[in-house]
Design a protein around this ligand. Sequence first.
Ligand SMILES: C[S@@+](CC[C@H](N)C(=O)[O-])C[C@H]1O[C@@H](n2cnc3c(N)ncnc32)[C@H](O)[C@@H]1O
Length: 409
Amino acid sequence: MDFFATTAKGMEETLATELARVFADLAAKFPELREAKVGKPDRAGVPFSGPIAAAYAACLWSRIANRVLVPIHRFPAPNPEKLYGGAKAIRWSDHIDVRGTIAVDFQTTHSAITHSQFGAQKTKDAICDQLRSIHGERPSVDLVQPDIRVNVYLRNDEASVAIDLGGGSLHERGYRSEQRVAPLKENLAAAILYLGEYLPILAAGGALVDPMCGSGTIPLEAAMIATNTAPGLGRRRWGFTAWKKHDAKVWDALLAHAREVRVLDPKKVPKIVGFDEDPQAIRAALANAESAGLRGLVHFEKRELDAAEAPTGFETGLFIVNPPYGERIGDEKELAPLYRRLGDTMKKKFRGWRGGILTGSAALAKEVGLKASRRHVLFNGAIECRLLTYELYGGSRDPKKSESPATES
Ligand SMILES: C[S@@+](CC[C@H](N)C(=O)[O-])C[C@H]1O[C@@H](n2cnc3c(N)ncnc32)[C@H](O)[C@@H]1O
């Protein structure tokens, strides 16, 4: 079967690498996944193919994907009539139970049909009219928790219709009970961990520090990686449960395996720390850790940036941060000293570590005063951001003892 995993712009290559790794890792236990093939990253997503287990594995294990789709039909839709006709040509009874509920997500770009709500309505009418004409009954609409979520992507007047197997965006892991202002999406946090090379750092026993952790998204995603927790394990709803082609046996086996391979022994997990000066942020982070089942595996503490330090006994690790970057005029001037302090903290207290800063402000990034080894363009919603990574060279954590300073720009 052919599938398509979507993600935010800028994360496609990371998603492709992740999917290949997920299939390879799981193939030892599920040999059918050897047939899974990951295609060339496309606009905001990655095509892949294989048995249904591949799609379920992507739903359960991808930290980067937004949606996992099963494309079912593609046709020209230059006007509402063609959209309706094309959608009506699909044999919906192969997918949907007439007594169930549906929702249609519709996205349109560079097309004559510009109104996504109108497109969704037309598609929904086609589905319901067709099913009613055959079965005398039609599914009802539930926009919030439908049994089946149909996804339509209209680009250059060409419609791609798919079933959304996740049943909604997969960045919702189900652990977020409390939210502070501007939390990162979980899949963006996971992407910056991958791009910041957290996997090799973790394999070498390195720690992780986020000195401005807010509601804890980055440390919690790191803890999910470090404990081999499948990101989908806490999700309460899926889009395939009521899908007519759902294979419950395959899914149940993947789920049981994911529960087995979780490593929740703090002695086996290198230190993961989140600091924030805001006590409410720390409270939210602790509540999220609790509901993610990660209490005792991540350390959250109220601390101002100047008091951030590497945990004792960890010569290497990842110092990763999503500082405020402001959207109002004047914010940049106000925030410049904070970015300078970030640079100083990395240079003086995290020698031998890798640094990573995700910011939406190029001007503020310059204030850090260190030369970035790499830059990745990512999108935090509509905001174009950069992840800047730094090699914080130096043999000693004590700057007075070290001859080799961090690279400065
Ligand atoms: C953009 S938010 C981080 C959001 C976080 N990544 C999340 O997903 O929830 C920036 C955070 O920096 C914290 N912060 C700002 N200045 C700080 C400072 N001087 N020391 C420590 N934390 C600070 C704020 O309290 C805020 O929670």
